[in-house]
Ligand binder design. Structure first.
Ligand code: 0O2
Length: 251
């Protein structure tokens, strides 16, 4: 084959691959925006932020290739698009276990997010102790000439679960997947300790929440007592007058 034709063919392939990956980047941008909105709105309404940290990544071409070989997948873009559902991945870290399910509900209640699969490794931890909630969702990405539904993997876990998973990942990497039995046993123990820590932190959090809500109720009662009521009433009247003046100005 003529060298120029070969070069052009390779260029076309590279462009096709770039366009293929770009769609996943857009999908990540969309879900990340959704998460930011939830975070900000939740903070505003509840004076509390359930999301500690988020990170996202696109699978590298090397890992895509490795997975094609490992899973014996058909090496075509349409086949990869359908069977490799973690090319775009987002990890959300929360403080408390209950936040995980709250975030899942908030995301999955959105009309344009389709929940395709949910693996609950919190209710059913992996044998090694791994805990996390994994969602595979499909989100629409609108481009100049078409709309594509794109798979995104969302992993949601607590800080303790995340700490454990990253250490375990490092250990497996260091030992090239052949980890001494003593270490796997200790990792299992550490996973149990992480679960216990999550349980204790959640209980404390609930207690503080109840105390805070009691205090807020007391404060409300105090403000509603008659002797204090005239101040806000005056304020309300003044604000009301201000609004009327504005209306007059408009006319
Ligand atoms: P990376 O680089 O993190 O993406 P799949 O390979 O996804 O088709 P699987 O194993 O059924 O099949 O998917 P699952 O159970 O949803 O897990 C996928 C991802 O979860 C992994 O991605 C890890 O990120 C994480 N994970 C799952 N099990 C473990 C575990 O035992 N320890 C740790 N540390 N992480 C885990 P990848 O593709 O391995 O890598």
């Amino acid at each position: 084959m003529n060298t120029n034709i070969q070069i052009n063919k390779l260029k076309a392939m590279a462009d096709e691959l770039k366009r293929f990956m770009l769609v996943y980047k857009f999908a990540l941008d969309e879900v990340n925006t959704k998460i930011s909105i939830l975070k900000e709105e939740f903070q505003f309404i509840h004076d509390y932020n359930p999301i500690e940290h988020t990170s996202s990544r696109l699978k590298s071409p090397e890992s895509i290739l490795g997975k094609i070989v490992r899973k014996n997948m058909e090496p075509t873009l349409p086949a990869i698009k359908e069977s490799m559902r973690d090319i775009a991945g987002i990890r959300i870290t929360c403080s408390f276990r209950s936040d995980i399910y709250r975030i899942k509900e908030m995301l999955c209640n959105q009309k344009d997010i389709e929940l395709v699969e949910c693996k609950d490794y919190i209710e059913n931890p992996k044998k090694n102790g791994y805990q996390s909630l994994h969602l595979i969702v499909k989100v629409p990405v609108f481009m100049s000439d078409r709309e594509e539904k794109v798979y995104v993997e969302i992993q949601i876990r607590t800080i303790a679960m995340d700490f454990w998973a990253s250490l375990e990942h490092k250990i497996y990497y260091k030992y090239d997947n052949v980890v001494p039995e003593r270490l796997t046993a200790e990792l299992k123990e550490a996973a149990l300790a992480a679960t216990e820590l999550d349980r204790k932190m959640e209980a404390l959090h609930q207690e503080v929440k109840e105390l805070k809500s009691d205090d807020e109720n007391k404060l409300m009662e105090f403000h509603l007592e008659e002797k204090h009521f005239n101040i806000p009433m005056k304020l309300i009247e003044m604000v009301g007058e201000g609004i009327n003046d504005k209306d007059k100005l408009k006319k």
